[in-house]
Design a binder for this molecule. Structure first.
Ligand code: AHR
Length: 502
């Protein structure tokens, strides 16, 4: 059997496990909001129409932040449409998804939903069709305690306390020609800088995210970040990164190595930001908000927005059904985010419910988990303390997309408080089991607390509302530790979590 060797030592650290790594995203898109988190007809609906069973599952998923209200949607959004008496709110065309936006859910409802779900809101402002003033108005509405037009309107709308939103995205994917109000990097960089400067006049300690590239394959990748950051470096804290992966033409081997691209993406953006830092002769470091990432089969019919005269409310859009291989890739992308947590300080799985999501709802009916739910929930719930630098000796395999890729990938976290060490490991081989040997002599006395593996002979198995459990992470009884050496068998196309403690 092929062997991969891992050495883990708490002396070698990347940085703290950041809770914001486990963020997600709710956009006004398809059934993400309407008949997703919001379904007034559902038996569990609260006074706002939010499904309580969804809220409970969001907690189980371990989501920290939720980005809102888009996405492409935000670039045409008038946030004022979504506040005040619901029956007086206008219906608008949503150009991004060729839909009708009924504005039944807006800022106040979303903030109440966040409070219930125990998540931190991460708001995006519209820098597509709008600009500095509307961003300031929304900030005033959300964060100023009272005594001004917008803050008093919030109070009148039932929220006496400010929402104190800390993290704000300055627009969305402004590098993409599909974006309403798409801009050149010079235009966007100036607008982002001016918006940030003005927002900080209201609240200096905001955490602001400038748009980076919407894929590493964008023709402007690298140059976009360089120009935007040259304009906005001192005004922002983060540059965003977005990446979606899918299996193309049956090339499972390349797909399983998608995290190679994510690592490259982070390294390239960090290097570009540091080059701007050197040129500007500043001490400040820009971090990355990887605020859209996932598997997304963009070419499938369900990702095609309506057209012509058809402008439906909450159509079925981007409702990808994920299989086991997709979940292994999601688990591997989380390994990459953890490994890069010195530079990636926030991330959002795009998205949360129904739309390329780990959770699915039936209107008025059942709620169920996709395969991708499991690696996210387990990583979020068990990665704690410090991310460790692991030394990995692994065979490689040839891929059409990424050249030679490591066959096994891994990350580890170490929680000094609880004495728990957790390894997250992926076997990318399409055909072969791999034996994992991990040298853990630096932490004497460890025993295996839990070892679980997600795999299946049919890697294309997908969950449904009728069966979302027959393939899920199961105990991996091969995991054993002796004389400070952990061994485990990793099935082909698998994701595993191994928890160890004294
Ligand atoms: O998450 C779906 C879409 O993907 C978002 O609206 C957009 O930002 C990205 O292109």
């Amino acid at each position: 059997m092929t062997t991969a060797r891992l050495t883990i030592d708490p002396a070698f650290r990347v940085g703290p496990v950041r809770r914001r790594t486990f963020g997600s995203f709710v956009e006004h898109l398809g059934r993400s909001v309407y008949s997703g988190i919001h379904d007034p007809e559902h038996p569990t609906a609260d006074a706002d129409g939010f499904r309580k069973d969804v809220v409970e599952m969001v907690k189980e998923l371990g989501v920290s932040t939720v980005r809102y209200p888009g996405g492409n949607f935000v670039s045409g959004y008038r946030w004022e449409d979504g506040v005040g008496p619901v029956e007086q709110r206008p219906r608008r065309l949503d150009l991004a998804w060729h839909s009708t936006e009924p504005n039944l859910v807006g800022t106040d409802e979303f903030m109440r939903w966040c409070a219930q779900a125990g998540v931190e809101p991460m708001m995006a402002v519209n820098l597509g069709t709008r600009g500095v003033q509307e961003a300031l108005d929304l900030l005033e509405y959300c964060n100023v305690p009272g005594g001004t037009y917008w803050s008093d309107l919030r109070r009148a709308n039932g929220a006496p306390e400010p929402y104190r939103v800390k993290m704000w995205c300055l627009g969305n994917e402004m590098d993409g020609p599909w974006q309403t109000g798409h801009k050149t990097p010079e235009e966007y960089g100036r607008l982002a800088a001016e918006t940030a400067r003005a927002m900080r006049q209201i609240q200096p300690d905001l955490e602001l995210v400038a748009c980076g590239s919407s894929q590493s394959s964008m023709p402007t990748f690298g140059e976009w970040e360089r120009i935007v950051l040259t304009e906005a470096y001192e005004q922002v804290d983060y540059v965003s990164a977005h990446a979606y992966y899918w299996e193309e033409d049956g090339d499972l081997g390349s797909f399983l190595a998608s995290a190679v691209d994510m690592d490259h993406f982070v390294a390239s953006v960090a290097a570009t930001a540091d080059a701007v830092r050197a040129r500007l002769k500043t001490d400040k470091r820009i971090h990355i908000s990887f605020d859209e990432w996932n598997v997304w089969y963009q070419k499938r019919a369900e990702s095609r927005p309506p057209s012509g005269d058809d402008w439906p409310v909450a159509p079925v859009l981007l409702e990808d059904r994920y299989n086991v291989a997709d979940a292994v890739v999601v688990g591997n992308l989380l390994i990459s985010l953890l490994r890069n947590s010195d530079r990636v300080h926030a991330a959002s799985l795009a998205q949360l419910v129904n739309v390329i999501a780990p959770m699915m709802t039936e209107p008025g009916g059942r709620l169920w988990k996709q395969t991708t739910f499991h690696p996210f929930a387990l990583t979020s719930n068990h990665a704690a303390g410090e991310v460790l630098q692991v030394a990995l000796e692994t065979p490689t395999y040839e891929t059409a997309r990424f050249g030679d890729a490591p066959l096994v990938d891994a990350a580890a976290t170490w929680d000094e408080q609880t004495g728990e060490l957790v390894a997250f490991v992926v076997n990318r081989s399409v055909t072969e089991e791999v034996r994992l040997e991990a040298d853990l002599r630096s932490v004497p006395g460890l025993r295996v607390v839990e070892a679980v593996t997600l795999s299946n002979p049919d890697v294309y198995w997908s969950a449904t509302a009728d069966d979302d459990d027959s393939v899920a992470p199961r105990a991996n009884d091969t995991a054993a530790i002796a004389d400070g050496h952990l061994t485990a068998t990793l099935p082909a196309v698998s994701w595993s979590m191994i928890r160890l403690a004294r």
